[in-house]
Design a protein around this ligand. Structure first.
Ligand code: MRU
Length: 352
């Protein structure tokens, strides 16, 4: 049987000048690969969540800006730079909350700025290498998050997770799933509860699918069941990913995460945010400054139904993310170690 995790979430096809992704809007029913060659194709794939999850968005943007830069036909650095910035700004507008998008594009821009004196061909090669480096780093970063995260868990623990912060959201291991995958390899026999994650069902369609494909003991629950499983003592830890962590530790993640954090606090269950350093944004002071994407009302009213399930005139509010206040977070697990409150000090200590 084809295991979804044997495929790369994001890959560069050098000969065809395209970025290859698994179309995550079609999972788990259909495994379809998309070839993205133009700026519009890359922008739309990110916007409509064909590729999603903060780290995977960053890697797609890095490969994307590389193939767009490769196609710029000039020997003049000034013209090359102007066109690069135009394409970069366009890709950067595809989704606002996950900071990995602007982080990866800024890394690519730095390559340009640090190599001004080189011929354009050599700059293009440096961009190619940087994009591959961003992807390779993601794999190692997630593995390290897994190692650190595992130190907080015990054999047989029940773990609740929200949305998909798995391999499909990154390049390998995922962030919140990394301790689960490493634990699985080492016989920890975790019992995972995956929130279905309304309205786009990343938990049901992607996390449950990934974990089942790896033989992890996973139970799918609706978003409004977290209290029920915690009340029964079935959950010993919550592990979630994030799209942006502010300097004070406030963390934006998929809508519904803050509810899980509040429920976890009520039942005394530790709530862990798994965050690569690339997702920690010291220039954002607190959660209030994190831009929250709002998406189409139809995702709520009709997307997964055979018939629309809401009255035609009803007002809809569809924020794609919420911010979990730092006071509800037990620890932030990074590739450099585990940050504990107060995060304003601990994050800087760990990362600088
Ligand atoms: O809208 P999505 O599916 O891109 O939201 C994804 C999440 O909220 C993830 O938890 C987050 O990006 C971390 S992925 C390692």
């Amino acid at each position: 049987m084809l295991n979804i995790l044997d495929n790369e979430t994001v890959a560069l096809d050098e000969n065809d000048n395209s970025v290859i992704i698994i179309d995550q809007t079609k999972l788990p029913n259909d495994i379809i690969f998309l070839k993205l060659s133009t700026a519009k194709e890359i922008w739309e794939a990110i916007y409509r969540l064909s590729v999603r999850g903060a780290p995977a968005i960053g890697v797609t943007a890095a490969f994307g800006i590389y193939i767009l830069a490769k196609a710029i036909n000039t020997d003049n650095f000034h013209d090359f730079h102007a066109e690069f910035i135009k394409q970069k700004d366009y890709l950067n507008s595809s989704r606002p909350t996950a900071v990995n998008l602007s982080w990866a594009l800024a890394r690519m821009e730095n390559v340009l700025n640090n190599n001004k004196e080189l011929p354009i061909l050599a700059i293009k090669e440096a961009l190619r290498l940087e994009a591959h480096k961003i992807k390779a780093e993601d794999i190692e970063v997630c593995r390290l998050i897994g190692e650190h995260g595992l130190t907080l868990l015990k054999h047989g623990d029940g773990i609740l997770t929200h949305c998909n912060a798995g391999q499909l959201a990154a390049c390998k291991y995922g962030t919140a799933t990394a301790p689960i995958y490493l634990g699985q390899e080492r016989g920890y026999r975790f019992r995972v509860f995956a929130d279905e994650t309304r309205p786009l069902l990343q938990g049901a369609r992607l996390t449950a699918y990934e974990l089942v494909s790896k033989g992890v003991d996973v139970t799918l629950i609706c978003d409004n069941m977290s209290a029920a499983v915690m009340q029964k003592g079935l959950v010993q830890a919550v592990l979630v990913g994030c799209d942006r962590v502010a300097a004070n530790g406030d963390a934006a993640n998929k809508i519904g995460t803050a509810v899980v954090a509040a429920v976890a606090r009520h039942y005394g269950v530790p709530f862990y945010v798994c965050a690569p350093a690339s997702t920690i944004d010291f220039s954002t002071k607190s959660g209030e400054d994190i831009p929250i994407e709002e998406r189409l009302p139809s995702e709520i009213t009709e997307m997964w139904y055979q018939k629309r399930m809401a009255p035609p005139d009803v007002k809809v509010f569809n924020p794609s993310f919420d911010v979990t206040g730092h006071e509800l977070i037990t620890a932030i697990i990074t590739e450099h170690g585990i940050a504990k409150p107060p995060f304003t000090d601990s994050l800087r200590k760990i990362l600088t």
